[in-house]
Design a protein around this ligand. Sequence first.
Ligand SMILES: [Zn+2]
Ligand SMILES: [Zn+2]
Length: 254
Amino acid sequence: MKVTILGCSGGIGGGRHTTALLVDDDILIDAGSGATKLSLEQLAAIDHVFITHTHLDHILALPLMLDSVGAMRDRPVTVYAIDSVIEILRQDIFNWRIWPDFTEVPEERPYLRYQAIEVYEPIRLGKRSITALPASHTVPAVGYQLDSGAASLVFSGDTGPNPALWDWLNHIENLRVVIVETAFPQDEHGIAEASKHLSPKLLAVELAQLKRSAEVYITHLKPGREQTIMEEIAQHASNDHQPRVLEEGRVFWL
Ligand SMILES: [Zn+2]
Ligand SMILES: [Zn+2]
């Protein structure tokens, strides 16, 4: 299983793109602006999109992508999300006011279908298995475990303190990579708490709960504050995990 980081910034500007991970060539985990880097042919090859939550930085490319390549495809794209997230997509995005409801059009062959998923219940796609994990954010949200059979990558999604996530990770025998958000530097700690994101000191408390060895990467850093956040993480995190910054274009082979 190949996982390519298309976007991992907390915002845009200067070549930054927001959250989107490409799994092999047919699965997207979130559809932030990172997905806009794909060619038409690559976009048309996406059959499955797993959404963590409905904040714009995680879904903005989805409506545009369906419209751009829907006619090039012979079947709908399946969007997987927990029920409450699907409900928001229906009501607030694909509602005929912001964008067409592509589960209804084109009538003969709609571009979109939803599949509701449950936290902790794996979805199997060939040999690959994708499992939603709990997240604690201001809107309904999940993270994901991507398991090739040989190794697992866990992506936290957007989350504040989340002990249930670490409980789950500590039971993953083949855990190799953990991608965890740290959206704000310490001087914006109050905003991190209010918006249910992590800051460096909160991350240290989270990582102290990880009892397995794994490569730890930091995502969703606020644009322009990346260096400060990573310096503060180095100060506060225990030496066990040595978190590294996640970079766009990075590829993980699992
Ligand atoms: Zn969010
Ligand atoms: Zn976000």
